[in-house]
Design a protein around this ligand. Structure first.
Ligand code: ZN
Length: 314
């Protein structure tokens, strides 16, 4: 039985320096820091969540800045999200070309994709980012960092998964997760859940010769999809178990509940609930200002604050 995935929830990557990451995402890309917390699996490392005002599912980019912890530089390859695309208005791409070039960021032109213009560039850790120009994205952007409403990022557009064989991945995504194939071009197949629009789209790219991905700095760790309720999440989990898929228990991420599993091509998937969201422990106007810890980490707050690098941002 296919379950009802609503679209993308967030994308999480391992990056290098915390301050550099904040500067790039906030100052350069104009995103809002909606939560400053720690990696729930390693409380000596920050976990930054960026999004639009409320950090709604489908707008969220998250990073673990692992500088100084001996984490190797990763390799992009098969079994991984290799590219994360953000959505901007179609007419804003020239603005972004200029803004990025002014910041000495090299902009590449991969050409139109499924009817939308695209530019691509690397973030400071070497992650592959794209901006997709579309006039069909009606989500409210965040304009608090000097990027105007006509140009600001609307949220995630899509991610690109690289796999050696796309058929098993596509079969899994359509039969279990309720995705529909909405586009095919050369070795790229586009699937969508909850509508064929920005924030709902995943591209599966097949390359039988691709080297296997190696997790590390400058690579995406996982992509999370949104599901409406904890009950639906549990039903999906039961089906995954019955299919022989190795899936985690439900984990409390404070801002959502999550399960994790690998799709047949090896990409780490998370399915996360919509509720309770980022205002569960901070007022909307203050999101991202203070270091927020899950209740079970509060007893270690003093040590955690001492060990984390100091960062500044607006
Ligand atoms: Zn996640």
């Amino acid at each position: 039985m296919a379950h009802t995935i609503l679209g993308l929830h967030h994308v999480t990557a391992t990056v290098n320096d915390a301050q550099t990451d904040l500067d790039f995402c906030i100052e350069q890309l104009g995103m809002r820091l909606v939560k400053k917390t720690v990696n729930f699996d390693n409380h000596n490392v920050f976990h930054f969540y960026y999004g639009t005002e409320k950090g709604l599912p489908g707008t969220i980019w998250t990073t673990f800045p692992y500088k100084g912890y001996g984490v190797r530089v990763g390799t992009k390859g098969a079994g991984q999200v290799v590219t994360t695309a953000f959505s901007v208005p179609a007419g804003a791409l020239d603005y972004w070309r200029g803004r990025l070039r002014d910041a000495a960021v090299r902009v590449e032109e991969p050409g139109p994709r499924f009817g939308n213009d695209v530019i691509r560039f690397d973030d400071p850790s070497g992650l592959w980012f794209e901006l997709v120009g579309t006039d069909q994205d009606y989500r409210e952007p965040w304009t608090g960092n000097g990027v105007r409403i006509g140009e600001a990022v609307r949220g995630l557009h899509s991610v690109t998964l690289l796999v050696r064989r796309s058929a098993p991945t596509l079969e899994f995504m359509t039969s279990v997760l309720g995705y529909e194939v909405v586009g095919e071009a050369a070795n790229r197949t586009r699937v969508a859940a909850g509508g064929n629009s920005a924030g709902h789209v995943i591209d599966v790219v097949e390359d039988p010769e691709a080297t296997p991905a190696v997790n590390g700095l400058g690579t995406v760790h996982h992509v999370a999809m949104a599901i409406a309720t904890p009950e639906e999440q549990l039903a999906l989990r039961e089906d995954l178990v019955s299919l022989g898929c190795s899936v985690t228990e439900v984990r409390d991420r404070c801002y959502f509940q999550s399960i994790y599993f690998r799709e047949p091509g090896g990409v780490l998937f998370e399915v996360a609930t919509i509720e309770p969201g980022f205002t569960v422990d901070e007022e909307l106007a203050l999101l991202g200002r203070d270091l927020k810890l899950p209740p079970w980490e509060e007893q270690y707050r003093a040590a955690i604050e001492t060990n984390l690098p100091s960062v500044v941002y607006r």
